[in-house]
Design a binder for this molecule. Structure first.
Ligand SMILES: [Zn+2]
Length: 236
């Protein structure tokens, strides 16, 4: 029985060889969210689409959905080749982290078009300038989290609603979802006004420079806290 076909933009987030010439491909797609499909008859480096099923590049995919079975990859072509990323180790590691991050927070078979667009746009930025991974690596996850509805409250206390002045450093609790004023309790982390500004911008899809490595480390562990709260495990 022939199934229905969907053509969609997508990114490969995971590849597992399941046999001599078959692979299980996990995709983050614009129209079908996170979806695992089988790519039968594909060998690494084969002329059909074995060679282009790499993470990083934006693909246009035709998926064939069967009623009971797992969907099948019918056709794939490259829409945006991102060779500057694949040619730079640090940029590749950064992009790999984003893809694992996206895979962890996506809702399987859910509507993750916004998440797809954040990751796809971030990969474009990284491909334009691979050294920007330093600025982008730990900010892009906040744009991803916002895209799936896990934004942090960074303007006021999540408990009493007291506003936090823009320049002021503040305690933040990733598990509880935002800032906590001194009256309302202790939070595990204190972030500067600069970092708070950068995170708020990132949640809106704008990536401003993070002043130093300490800020980047704080952003990284805060993102992990948020993921832990919503997904139940951290991202390796
Ligand atoms: Zn409060």
């Amino acid at each position: 029985m022939r199934g229905e076909f969907t053509e969609t933009a997508g990114l490969v987030v995971r590849l597992v060889d399941t046999g001599e010439s078959s692979r299980l491909v996990t995709l983050l797609t614009e129209k079908k969210g996170l979806i695992a499909v089988s790519a039968r008859g594909v060998r690494k480096g084969s002329k059909s689409f074995g060679g282009i099923l790499e993470p990083m590049h934006r693909l246009v995919l035709t998926l064939e959905h069967a009623e009971r079975d797992i969907a099948r990859l019918h056709e794939a072509r490259v829409d945006a080749l991102r060779l500057a990323i694949t040619g730079d180790l640090d940029a590749s590691l950064c992009a790999g982290y984003w893809l694992r991050f996206a895979r962890s927070i996506a809702h399987p078979h859910g509507d993750d078009a916004a998440l797809f667009r954040v990751v796809d746009g971030a990969l474009d930025l990284l491909n334009e300038s691979p050294p920007d991974h330093r600025r982008l690596e730990h900010l892009v996850p906040f744009a991803m989290l916002a895209a799936v509805g896990y934004s942090l409250e960074l303007d006021q206390c999540i408990s009493c609603g007291k506003a936090c002045p823009p320049e002021r450093s503040s305690a933040v609790d990733g598990r509880r979802g935002g800032l906590l004023c001194r009256t309302c309790g202790h939070a595990p982390m204190v972030i500067s006004g600069d970092l708070r500004h950068a995170l708020r911008e990132a949640q809106g899809g704008v990536f401003v420079p993070l002043p130093n490595a300490q800020h980047r480390a704080s952003a990284a562990s805060l993102a992990q806290e948020v993921v832990l709260q919503h997904v139940g495990r951290s991202i390796r």
